[in-house]
Design a protein around this ligand. Structure first.
Ligand SMILES: NC(=O)c1ccc[n+]([C@@H]2O[C@H](COP(=O)([O-])OP(=O)(O)OC[C@H]3O[C@@H](n4cnc5c(N)ncnc54)[C@H](O)[C@@H]3O)[C@@H](O)[C@H]2O)c1
Length: 256
């Protein structure tokens, strides 16, 4: 099945690496106009050069998702360059595994500012632009950490749980304006975040995948971006307020 994201104007946060970079490249390959944002200017340049080499259309904006004034600037520049906004992918996030007794308030507030406040600010400032275009799609990267408890995940899990519920609240608020809002829930994906988990647990990605995932492997970025593209496309026009679990069966079936 091909998805129709051609000519859609798509803002993707955290697009300097990992899932966000893979999504930016996939959207561009399918003819979307991509606005790639991230705090990491060097990584953004890498994303831009991959897309430019393939003849894609891209704007990059250095952007910290926890800062409201920077969100205003992102959408202003997007409208100036491409004429509007059709899709927002709230992908930027950080991952911290720690026993709850060792989490400082500063660390808690920092992660929440990126993983939760960032999603709120993105939606808040995207919605008026989507409305002007007669509708659109917001896709929020949550995690399977929003669906069940895991030791060391009180902070990250709380943030992704907040994203899961906020997605449904936003979907309810925006449905009458044809703005769809959905969340995507990956298990471990082969990115820097999985490298961090490998180091923390002292087990390789392959071992973690084989031990925990019924399909026997860790996710690749493309497993997640396929879902993100679908949720951005016309083919998903009847989907809103839902959660899409991309985890090789890790949370939904048992291995026996
Ligand atoms: N990789 C996984 O195993 C996994 C699993 C479940 C969910 N997720 C979620 O998917 C999303 C992408 O994860 P990833 O694996 O690609 O991570 P990654 O670490 O590879 O990339 C994250 C990107 O976000 C950027 N970023 C961090 N803080 C930022 C900020 N304040 N403002 C703007 N950009 C910022 C980083 O610079 C980086 O480029 C995250 O929301 C993550 O929680 C990842």
């Amino acid at each position: 099945m091909s998805t129709t994201v051609k000519d859609k104007i798509v803002v993707i946060t955290g697009a300097a690496a990992g899932i966000g970079q893979a999504a930016a490249v996939s959207f561009a390959q399918q003819g979307a106009k991509v606005v790639a944002t991230d705090m990491n200017a060097e990584g953004l340049q890498e994303t831009a050069s991959i897309i430019a080499k393939e003849g894609g259309d891209i704007l990059t904006v250095v952007h910290d998702v926890s800062q409201e004034d920077q969100w205003i600037e992102v959408f202003k520049q997007t409208e100036e360059k491409f004429g509007g906004v059709d899709v927002l992918v709230n992908n930027a996030g950080i991952y911290i595994i720690s026993p709850v007794t060792e989490i400082t308030l500063e660390t808690w507030n920092k992660l929440m500012a990126i993983n939760v406040t960032g999603v709120f600010l993105g939606a808040k400032h995207a919605i008026p632009y989507l409305e002007k275009r007669g509708g659109g799609s917001i896709i929020n990267l949550s995690s399977i950490a929003a669906l069940r408890g895991t030791a060391g995940h009180a902070l990250y899990g709380a943030s992704k749980g907040a994203v899961r519920t906020m997605t449904k609240d936003l979907a309810a608020e925006c449905a009458s304006r044809n703005i769809r809002v959905n969340s995507v829930h990956p298990s471990y994906v082969r990115t820097a975040m999985a490298d961090y988990a490998e180091k923390t647990f002292g087990r390789s990605a392959e071992e973690l995948g084989k031990a925990n995932v019924p399909l026997g492997r860790m996710a690749e970025p493309a497993d997640i971006t396929n879902m993100v593209l679908f949720l951005a496309a016309e083919e998903s026009s009847f989907l809103t307020g839902s959660e899409y679990i991309v985890d090789g069966g890790q949370t939904q079936i048992t291995g026996v």
